[in-house]
Design a protein around this ligand. Structure first.
Ligand code: CA
Length: 220
């Protein structure tokens, strides 16, 4: 496993690199936004540790550029203490996790392990299934780059299916994930939402699996 460390404070960068090396990761370290951008665009990393306050190009911009270029590797951002705006901006830009300075090296290692574990899942804020793109930040759904209008429940059903694409999702799973606990749940409404979604989405995207539920069929 290989990790990219981006931190302009040299002492901290060296400490992180050493801790990761001792935990048997291959480690690349860079110290400014320009080198960071290039490394992330050209290298294959299992995780990236990205300080947001960087010289030349700031960390948020670097992250946005990677995500726009389809670079999906898990990214843990390092943020200044008490700067919650920075955390929000970083997460919206596509960060998978954050750590506030100062931090314990053990915590950083634990988070890196978790990121790598989850990397088989969804690293980007945008979920894609064929021509359908669901942006989990804005709640916007497009088909062939054209926005489609969904009710809040249709959106929740689609979002759940997008998060579990190519998996069979039962009606009870859907109910569990589209309604709050105290909402009056009616399993028949799931079929209604599915029927409406099918009219708005490309044909055959949502498959009925007899007796089991539904599957969003996406090419890998
Ligand atoms: Ca910094």
């Amino acid at each position: 496993m290989r990790v990219l460390v981006i931190e302009d404070e040299r002492t901290l960068a060296a400490q992180i690199a050493q801790a990761l090396s001792e935990a048997s990761y291959a480690v690349d370290a860079v110290h400014n936004g320009v080198d960071a951008l290039h490394a992330g665009e050209t290298g294959e990393f299992d995780a990236v540790i990205l300080d947001l306050g960087l010289p030349r190009i700031d960390g948020i911009t670097v992250l946005k550029k990677w995500r726009a270029a389809g670079r999906n590797m898990p990214v843990l951002i390092l943020t200044a203490r008490d700067n919650w705006h920075e955390k929000v901006a970083g997460i919206d830009a596509g960060a998978d996790d954050y750590l506030t300075k100062p931090f314990h090296m053990e915590e950083l290692l634990a988070r890196v392990r978790a990121l790598i574990r989850r990397a088989g899942g969804h690293a980007r804020a945008e979920l894609v299934c064929g021509p359908v793109v669901l942006d989990t930040r804005s709640g916007r759904v497009t088909v062939d780059a054209r926005a489609i209008a969904l009710t809040s429940h249709e959106y929740r059903v689609l979002a759940y299916l997008m998060h579990h694409r190519n998996e069979v999702v039962s009606r009870s799973d859907l109910i569990e994930h589209i309604y709050a606990q105290d909402f009056d749940r009616d399993s028949n409404t799931v079929e209604v939402f599915i029927a409406r979604l099918r009219k708005k989405l490309p044909a055959n995207l949502i498959e009925t699996v007899r007796g089991l539920g539904y599957r969003l069929v996406c090419e890998e």
